[in-house]
Design a protein around this ligand. Structure first.
Ligand code: NAD
Ligand code: UDP
Length: 313
C-alpha cells in the first residue's frame, strides 16, 4: 500500500504521514514545498522504512509510475495569518493543486481524500454547522482566498467523482491543534500558549466572546483515516463539538501553564466567524468516529510540547 500526502510536512500532514506508516502503509510519500511547513516536522520519519520526503509544489503537478493506493490532499496554508500573507498560492493550491492531486488519484484508481474546512461555512448563520448548510462566505473579503479555494476544491472533487467515477472523500476539518503547530503561525492556540509560557500579554481579539470548537490532532487524524478506508464521498464534518469562547480558552491556557500573563485585547479581524461548532452526527453514523481527547488534556500535551521546544531553544 502506497500513499501520497500533499502538505505532509505541515502540522496535520506530519501526523498523518506517521499514522499511515503505523497502520500498514508500506510507503508514504510526503510532497511539500515548505511554504508553511518544514522538514523538521517529519525529521523523526526520515530514517524510517517506507517514508519518502519530496520537495515539490503540487500546483505544478506530480506523477509516479509506481502504483498509488491513496492520495490525501492536505497542502494549503491554513492559518489566517499565513493565507493572508500568501493569498495567490492559497488559491492556486486549492484549485490547480486539487486538480493535480485528483489526476494522480484517477490515474492510479486510488482513493482520494480532500482536506476541506469549516471555513466553507464562512461566518455561519446555522449553528451548529451541518454538512447540508451552504455557508455564508464573503468572496471578496480577505478570507475569501482560503474559503473560496476550499469551496472550489470541493466542487472540483465532486465533479471528478460524478463524471469520472473517482473514489473521493471530502472532510470538513474544524479547528485542530496539537504538537508541531508553528510557534509563529498566528493561530490562537500556538499564540496563546507561547505568550503564556513567555509571561507575555495574551492576545485575544475583540471581546473574546467569539467561539471555536477545538479538536486534538490525534483524534482528527483518526477521523481522516476512517474516511480514507470507506467509500463515503462526504462532505463529512470532523471536529470536536466542545465549543468555547476565545476568552475562556485564554483563561484555560493561563491556568494550565501556571502563567500570570495579563490578557490584552486586539481588534477583531474582518469577517472573523462569530460562532463555530460542528454537528458530527454524520461522522458518527458513517465513520463511527467521534473525538476521544478532552480539550484540556490535548492542551496539556500541546503546552508540554511547546515548553520542551522552548527549553531546547
Ligand atoms: P500547515 O500550514 O501546517 O500545513 C500545510 C502544508 O502544506 C505545509 O507543510 C505547506 O508547506 C504545504 N503546502 C502549501 N502549499 C503547497 C503546495 N503548493 N505544494 C506542496 N505543499 C504545499 O497547515 P495544517 O494546519 O497542517 O493544515 C493542513 C490542511 O488541513 C490544510 O489543507 C488546511 O486547509 C486543512 N485544515 C486545517 C485545519 C486546522 O485547524 N489545522 C482546519 C481546517 C482545515
Ligand atoms: N485569535 C485570538 N488571538 C490570537 C489569534 C487569534 O483571539 O492571538 C482569535 C481569532 O480572531 C479567531 C479565533 O481566535 O476569533 C481563532 O483564530 P485562528 O486564527 O486560530 O483560527 P480561525 O478559526 O479564525 O481560522
Amino acid at each position: 500500500m502506497r500513499a501520497v500526502v500533499t502538505g505532509g510536512a505541515g502540522f496535520i500532514g506530519s501526523h498523518l504521514c506517521e499514522r499511515l506508516l503505523d497502520t500498514g502503509f508500506d510507503e508514504v510519500i510526503c510532497l511539500d514545498n515548505f511554504l508553511t511547513g518544514s522538514p523538521e516536522n517529519v525529521a523523526h520519519l526520515t530514517g524510517r522504512k517506507g517514508f519518502k520526503l519530496i520537495q515539490g509544489d503540487i500546483v505544478h503537478g506530480f506523477s509516479l509510475t509506481a502504483k498509488v493506493d491513496a492520495v490525501l490532499h492536505f497542502a494549503s496554508p491554513a492559518s489566517p495569518a499565513d493565507y493572508l500573507r500568501h493569498p495567490i498560492p492559497t488559491l492556486r493550491v486549492g484549485s490547480e493543486g486539487t486538480r493535480h492531486s485528483l489526476e494522480l488519484a484517477v490515474t492510479h484508481g486510488a482513493r482520494f481524500v480532500l482536506a476541506s474546512t469549516s471555513e466553507a461555512y464562512g461566518d455561519p448563520l446555522v449553528h451548529p454547522q451541518t454538512e447540508d448548510y451552504w455557508g455564508n462566505v464573503n468572496p471578496v473579503g480577505p478570507r475569501g482566498c482560503y474559503d473560496e479555494a476550499k469551496r472550489f476544491a470541493e466542487a472540483t472533487t465532486m465533479a471528478y467523482h460524478r463524471t469520472l467515477g473517482a473514489d473521493t472523500g471530502i472532510v470538513r476539518i474544524f479547528n485542530t491543534f496539537g504538537p508541531r503547530m508553528r510557534a509563529g503561525d498566528g493561530r490562537v492556540v500556538p499564540n496563546l500558549i507561547t505568550q503564556a509560557l513567555a509571561g507575555e500579554p495574551m492576545t485575544v481579539t475583540g471581546d473574546g466572546s467569539q467561539t471555536r470548537s477545538l479538536c486534538y490532532v490525534d483524534d482528527l487524524v483518526d477521523g481522516v483515516l476512517r474516511m480514507l478506508h470507506t467509500d463515503v464521498p462526504g462532505p463529512v464534518n470532523l471536529g470536536n463539538p466542545h465549543e468555547l469562547s476565545m476568552l475562556e480558552l485564554a483563561e484555560w491556557i493561563r491556568e494550565l501553564t501556571g502563567s500570570s500573563s495579563p490578557i490584552t485585547h486586539l481588534p477583531l479581524p474582518q469577517d472573523d466567524p462569530k460562532r463555530r461548532r460542528p454537528d458530527i452526527s454524520l461522522a458518527q453514523s458513517k465513520l463511527d468516529w467521534e473525538p476521544r481527547t478532552p480539550v484540556a488534556e490535548g492542551l496539556r500535551w500541546t503546552i508540554a510540547w511547546f515548553a520542551e521546544r522552548l527549553r531546547q531553544g
